[in-house]
Design a protein around this ligand. Structure first.
Ligand code: ATP
Length: 430
């Protein structure tokens, strides 16, 4: 009915423990967010879902978990020390800074149209290794998670049974000193990325590129309700980096327009060649069957976990007009991503047999599912809360349960209620 806005999502996230602004008691800090009790469950489910799709279901993809700080030379080899730049223009009146693409004439803050020229700033986060003054080694927090995959490429080849073509997957934090973090968790300074680097023979690049492009779209389409809010955006040929033959973004139609969710990149042999050159170690691959030696080419799929999770929340958010005139807020999020599969309620909290029975149901279901206990307030309020956090089922133990061993199962999306036998519950909510 009414439009979903970023403000509504941010407010829901705060109200219901999905995402909190970081360091709020100190006035907050721009571009950093925490996941709350509900959000951490959702985000973990979301990452598990990706891992299953990208790693567990495939014969030839393996995972790693690399560090955030690496040898600083990595970032010289990757080009980040020289070229990891963000452009910003400053409003001469109020001194606020913006990315050039976010300004359509006037300063979004004060309305002035007097700006400085766009300037480039390096957005790698600096740190230092060591404690003795004068002996500290400058280092960086990784600006993209994928670099650790290239560093471990040879170790993975030598330690696993994988042969080309194969992929290395990773989910991990990346840090960018964004000049203008904005739009809630869309652009932050600390975030997670999910990456696949798929290593192939040079002549197989086109085929693999097409394959992963489609696979990644399939992944998002399996989770999003509004399929027409996802599309490919092909990078114009003249804007491609020199080693890329092609590049696509998967975009989501956010309240502020189409926005990048994930990139599918043609990296060729660039990364392994760079690291071979800078490290002096040969990162070529020898085909165990033919003896052929070459630098593998790479197809990369790199998406933002937090950013696409925000898109998923926007996609799932619904306000529904009820017959009695009330408005129901419901998060119609995919069942595998919802924080809890079900909530268990004793109808009343002052009747011992009912509470005891409900505890039994909770104990039984929690062997297989993440379930939530709620005995506070009336049933209507409990439903309202569960709808807002997207819990697919609410299970109520009531007086009839004590008579006939059935409970009420209420469906989040249809609000329909059904009586189900306790012994059939686990299967019913599966
Ligand atoms: P953008 O153009 O939006 O800055 P990018 O093209 O630099 O993104 P990549 O380096 O390709 O992004 O990173 C892969 C993914 O990581 C992006 O598609 C996005 O989902 C996510 N990402 C990048 N920067 C941020 C950020 N500052 N905050 C949250 N997610 C980010």
């Amino acid at each position: 009915m009414s439009e979903v806005t970023l403000e509504k999502i941010a407010s829901l996230c705060k109200r219901r423990g999905i995402i909190f602004p970081n360091s709020e008691i100190y006035g907050g800090i721009g571009g950093f967010y925490d996941y709350g009790p509900v959000g951490v469950e959702m985000k973990n489910n979301y990452k598990k879902y990706w891992w299953k799709y990208m790693v567990d279901k495939r014969e030839n993809v393996v995972g790693i978990d690399g560090t955030i700080i690496t040898h600083p030379k990595v970032w010289e080899a990757s080009g980040h020390v020289k070229g990891f730049a963000d452009e910003a223009m400053e409003c001469k009146k109020c001194h606020a800074r913006f990315r050039p693409e976010d300004i359509d004439g006037k300063c979004p803050k004060c309305g002035s149209s007097d700006f400085t020229e766009a300037r480039k700033y390096n957005i790698l986060f600096n740190t230092e290794i060591g404690v003795i003054e004068g002996e500290k080694m400058p280092a960086y927090l990784r600006g993209e998670a994928c670099q650790t995959i290239y560093l471990d490429f040879k170790n993975v080849v030598d330690s696993t049974r994988q042969q080309i073509p194969f992929g290395i997957a990773q989910i991990g934090k990346a840090f960018r000193n964004e000049i203008t973090p904005n739009k809630f968790t869309f652009r932050t300074r600390e975030f997670e990325q999910w990456d696949l680097q798929y290593f192939v023979k040079p002549e197989d690049m086109q085929k693999s590129f097409e394959y992963w492009k489609e696979e990644r779209m399939k992944f998002y389409k399996g989770l999003f309700r509004n399929q027409e809010s996802l599309r490919f955006h092909q990078h114009p040929k003249e804007k491609l980096v020199f080693y890329a033959k092609d590049a696509y973004d998967i975009e989501y139609l956010a309240p502020w327009g189409w926005a990048e969710a994930e990139g599918i990149h043609w990296r060729g042999d660039y990364d392994l060649t760079q690291h071979s050159t800078f490290s002096g170690k040969d990162l070529s691959y020898t085909d165990p069957m033919t003896g052929e030696k070459y630098i593998p080419n790479i197809v990369e799929t790199s998406g933002g976990v937090d950013r696409t999770f925000l898109f998923l929340l926007l996609d799932a958010y619904d306000e529904e007009q009820l017959d009695n005139g009330d408005v129901r807020t419901v998060l119609r999020i995919h069942k595998d991503i919802a924080a809890y599969r079900a909530a268990v309620f004793p109808l009343v909290s002052n009747k011992e047999e009912i509470v005891k029975k409900a505890r039994e149901v909770f104990g039984m279901l929690s062997d297989d599912y993440k379930v939530l206990w709620d005995s506070r307030g009336n049933i209507g309020k409990r439903y309202r809360y569960q709808d807002e956090i997207g819990t697919p089922y609410c299970i109520t133990v009531d007086y009839d349960t004590l008579e006939n061993g059935t409970v009420t199962v209420r469906d989040r999306d249809t609000m329909k209620q059904e009586r189900v036998k306790i012994e059939d519950l686990s299967e019913a909510i599966a």
